[in-house]
Design a protein around this ligand. Sequence first.
Ligand code: G16
Length: 559
Amino acid sequence: MSSSSPTKAAHEHAVLLNSIADGANQYPKPEHVNYTYGTAGFRTLATKLPSVLFRVGLLAVLRSKRLEGATIGIMVTASHNPEPDNGVKLVDPSGEMLDPSWEPHATTLSNCPSTESLISTFTTLANHLRVDLHQPANIVYARDTRPSGPELIKALETGLRVFGDSVKINDLGVTTTPILHYVVKATNDKTAEYGVPTKEGYNAKMAKAFTTLIGNKGPLAPLYVDCANGVGAVALKDFTDALGDLLPVHPLNTATTTQGALNHMCGADFVKTKQALPPSVHSSGVLSKPGSRACSFDGDADRIVFYYLNEEKANFRLLDGDKIAVMVAMFLVDLVVKAKLDEEHRLKVGVVQTAYANGSSTKYLTSRNIPVTCVSTGVKHLHHAAQRYDIGVYFEANGHGTVLFSDSAIKALKAASPQSPDAANAIKNLLAFSELINQAVGDALSDMLLVEAVLAHRGWGASDWDAGYEDLPNRLVKVEVPDRSIFVATDAERKLTNPPGLQEKIEEVMRKYEMGRSFVRPSGTEDCVRVYAEAKTNSEAENLALAITDLVRFASGQS
Ligand code: G16
């Protein structure tokens, strides 16, 4: 659309509204479904999503036009959810999650019951948000390997195309969520320093940083990677082709086209929740060799957890997001000390966790004077809190996280005059880590390399890493309830304000268990309420989780 006379502009606007109406008629909103832009966008059964995708297309274009044509990302994925689910989330120009102030607009548009109400809400929204519809828009989108992806992409494209030539689209095809975030950030980076905005650019950037960090410490020990039968398998193959044999990677669970295989009995969520090896990894026997370690990605490769078998008893040992955060934060603190930057440029390293962080990890960090912030679940919350540090390490216990280097930290490192070869080396390594680590979002592939690089620098195996602290026994339970919206959490989701009286009951039960801690929160990605419990012993953690689950069931009207 070009800027033109009032009559022509009115005509163009009418044409646009007609195209929206045509598209909306192809993708009517199903009755009796209420959508919410949750922890990580919209997520539900794929069959309920076409109308949402069409409308998300409209919103993404509004956002891009509002930001004078900055590139907005759209990822079609349901990450750790089972295969029949799908979802969609928007990515802001910085590569971060959509600005939370726009989430209600996404919810409102997706719930318009008819084409007429959609048109009128769209018009109101465009005016209210002061969007100049004559501006250009740029959109990049991708999907994971779910079979429902192509149909949903069609609905999305219909939403984007109603704007005609004013919208430029870049279809990345099948790729991981973090690669999409990377491409968005790199595309919008005017300095072109972040990287080349393509999948190849991502692989090249990480391979270069990893090679610098490993130096003559390679080739490293083999690593077994459970790809959750998802898109991580595709990205891992492309990446290892770019990396060469510095890190011998053995992908497992790579059946991306086998129906029902995605996240089924495998993947990071399975391992973390069940606190067990995926049966496929167990039966492959790859961990039976002493010193072997493996890791699991989730369905869209934005989470990772590691594990190994304890040598004496062959017990499963989990190295989750907390263990990654602690090891990485301690390592970066050491590098910062070694870098010996002058007082004025001394870098502050801090860690951001959620209520799910194991109590032992928080204690370990705080007892070593590393500041820890606790925020609500959802990468968007962690990311913003981590930006308050010079080097902000954020990880959810489920393995979702990254490390952010502030612009001033990078500047200070680049401008530093090292006082010794050791200091020069530490500075070089800090800069290489900032290149290796995805600065936009948690990234299983980049985090895998981060962990391997830190282990190589420390000269550690999995058991050395694990030796830092012992997790308190814990349980994570999904409770299905008729209406999870009655559960309202506060205080970084550590307490409930609703249903009335439930929090007091939870605390009363908690007090009966030594080192007992428990909280309840509604999931933002699945139709359930989550109960977390930890206590001094396994049986106490189990009993505490059961007791709180009973309270939740009772409070939601189930006996
Ligand atoms: C998403 C979010 C994570 C969150 C997880 C579970 O992960 O990005 O921050 O921890 O959902 O959220 P909830 O407990 O609200 O369901 P993913 O990997 O599924 O995109």
